[in-house]
Design a protein around this ligand. Structure first.
Ligand code: NDP
Ligand SMILES: CC(C)=CCC[C@@H](C)[C@H]1CC[C@H]2C3=C(CC[C@]12C)[C@@]1(C)CCC(=O)C[C@@H]1CC3
Length: 325
């Protein structure tokens, strides 16, 4: 919506969504305020390898070029709020950090996808990784730049991520781990693709009340807490609360020259106590060595998963043939 308000003439949007009914509703909403806008839809479920491959194929048939790819889809399933840790945090010197990152007070219950991957890892990271790899021909063009924009989080914590368990099978903070892996992956992509004109940046929308976070507390409690959160903005500017404020950095990045952005920075949407939104870079807690190791592991996993997919296809082809005989 913000992109269209800025420039609805020259912009062609393609919304890649898992739920086509919701996608249609979004398209209608956008066309109501911007009747001349070009808004296309593409069905894609980032948690499913075959869906991502199919969507990428379809995209390449439809379009010759992709200038901006917003990698925003994300889940935080079954969030559990640790009241005890929260109360302890309230009386510690870490209290502001707790409200800006959610560190130490949230855990999740992860699931397994049909491909056999951890659901949070597959949805938030691996599906997007595959998509970027598949869309390479439309993203990399001589003499032009393209940009990947990842929605990461202030909850991306190195303590929750391990190179020995990139899917976070063993822990209880898959969301945080997937977001830290996002930061690492963006750096590795810059390292590999900048020469071909493809740049990657990471943003953090701050804390917003959305479908993802609303279930953490009962609805009436959020309502009651709203004045408290607005007051808390005096101490931390990370409480963006609305999606309009949260999208500030997504929009800001769109206006920048990709070459001018720092691959080690995360661009944060922030909102001041007076309600003004702005974007500020913060250095990420990442290094090139870990980022390259993660990239190698993702490439290996991609190879394994493509192998499995081929075996499955062969099996079903064989079953069909046997049926015919
Ligand atoms: N809310 C917050 O405070 C923060 C959010 N973020 C990040 O912002 C991003 C947007 O989240 P937010 O707006 O808060 O939450 P929402 O749940 O409102 O949005 C998440 C979006 O991702 C889509 N999505 C989820 N899973 C898949 C999938 N498998 N395939 C395709 N699309 C999928 C959802 O589609 P559908 O409509 O079908 O559900 C939805 O549109 C996420 O990456 C999140 O991690 C980061 C920091 C803070
Ligand atoms: C008074 C009271 C009971 C407050 C509880 C507030 C918490 C539930 C929130 C405070 C900071 C929030 C936060 C997130 C979730 C909800 C809080 C912990 C995120 C972890 C949501 C997902 C993200 O990507 C980052 C957010 C950071 C802040």
């Amino acid at each position: 919506e913000r992109l269209l308000s800025h420039n609805s003439d020259g912009l062609q949007l393609c919304l890649a969504c898992r739920n086509m009914q919701r996608a249609e509703a979004t398209r209608s909403h956008l066309l109501t305020s911007h009747p001349a806008a070009q808004v296309d839809l593409l069905q894609m479920d980032t948690s499913s390898i075959s869906s991502v491959l199919r969507a990428a194929q379809e995209f390449k048939l439809r379009y010759a070029r992709l200038d901006y790819l917003y990698l925003n889809a994300g889940i935080m399933p079954n969030p559990q709020f640790d009241v005890k840790a929260f109360v302890k945090g309230l009386f510690s010197s870490n209290v502001i950090n707790m409200f800006s990152t959610g560190e130490g007070i949230l855990t999740q219950k992860d699931g397994i996808t049909n491909d056999g991957l951890q659901e949070v890892f597959a949805t938030n990271l691996f599906g997007h990784f595959l998509l970027v790899r598949e869309l390479e021909p439309v993203l990399c063009h001589a003499g032009q730049t393209s940009q990947l924009v990842w929605t990461s989080s202030s909850n991306a914590l190195s303590s929750t991520f391990s190179l020995d368990d990139i899917q976070h099978q063993k822990g209880t903070q898959p969301y945080s781990s997937s977001k830290y892996a996002t930061d690492l992956l963006s750096l590795a992509l810059n390292n590999r693709y900048n020469k071909q004109g493809l740049y990657s940046s990471v943003i953090c929308p701050g804390f917003m009340l959305t479908n993802m976070t609303i279930g953490i507390l009962p609805f009436y409690l959020w309502k009651l807490l709203m004045p408290f959160f607005l007051m808390l903005r005096i101490f931390t500017n990370t409480l963006t609360l609305t999606t309009y404020n949260g999208s500030e950095a997504l929009f800001w990045v769109f206006l920048q020259k990709p070459e001018s952005l720092n691959p080690f920075s995360k661009y944060h949407s922030l909102t001041s106590a007076l309600g003004n939104s702005y974007t500020q870079p913060h250095k990420m807690d990442i290094n090139m060595e870990t980022s390259e190791s993660l990239y190698e592991k993702l490439l290996q996993l991609e190879k394994d998963m493509r192998g499995k997919l081929k075996d499955k296809e062969k099996e079903s082809h064989h079953a069909k043939e046997t049926c015919r005989i």
